[in-house]
Write a protein that binds this ligand. Sequence first.
Ligand code: ADP
Ligand code: MG
Length: 264
Amino acid sequence: MSLEKNRIITIANQKGGVGKTTTAINLATALAAIGERVLIVDLDPQGNASTGLGIDRRDRKLSSYDVLVGDHSITEAALATSVPNLSIVPSTMDLLGFEMEISQEADRVFRLKNALALDDAREYSYVLLDCPPSFNLLTMNAMAAAHSILVPLQCEFFALEGLSQLLETINQVRQSVNPTLDIQGIVLTMFDSRNNLAQQVVSDVREHLGEKVYTTLIPRNVRVSEAPSYGKPAILYDLKCAGSQAYLQLASEVIQRERQRKAA
Ligand code: ADP
Ligand code: MG
């Protein structure tokens, strides 16, 4: 039996626009809806997760930057969202300077891990880390801090190519900063059933990666793409739409995998 209290999952893929932030927001909302205490840490200077959860820039007095440089704890920087049980450590453009400022420090890759190890941060049952679209020091902090990685993969021609790069990186992370990093799963996003290529990508990815790929397919859904402009998760904006329903189903798969892991 595992003794760890919380589960830290990094949502990563070096490509932009594959659904990382959408997955972070909606998976977090679904987990919070079933009563888990959930925290998102927004590690992307773009701050899409913060904006998508309706956090006004003026309210971002503290951010993930302040946590990474060591000035403030996770709970000091965390803000409540309109979703009960869901908090977020927002991001600001300050994050752009982090890599340069901290490049000489010996613990630079472990800043987030150390912050999340403090008692107050361990009160969250799930912590989701929303990464920028590159393998920079911010993503490495997330990889070092996480128990597992969840990979959103867009159903498009280059999906498999990007994936092999990512699997290589995961191996490097295991050999360096995080030997026990687990793959929580791979979620196929923006699936369009009318597109033959998308069907082919799904079967190729399943063939290569088998059980690691979630059964849930996230469909391309206009309601999902509209929701952030209202500062709401799709699940709050339109619970009944196919995208929201898919994210609820994904959450139950994530929980199921956690149960299996704990029982093992
Ligand atoms: P990333 O964080 O990987 O850059 P995003 O989650 O921001 O990707 O998604 C990129 C764009 O695609 C956003 O405009 C988002 O609203 C849109 N999008 C993501 N998932 C879906 C979906 N299932 N259906 C329609 N649009 C989506
Ligand atoms: Mg993003």
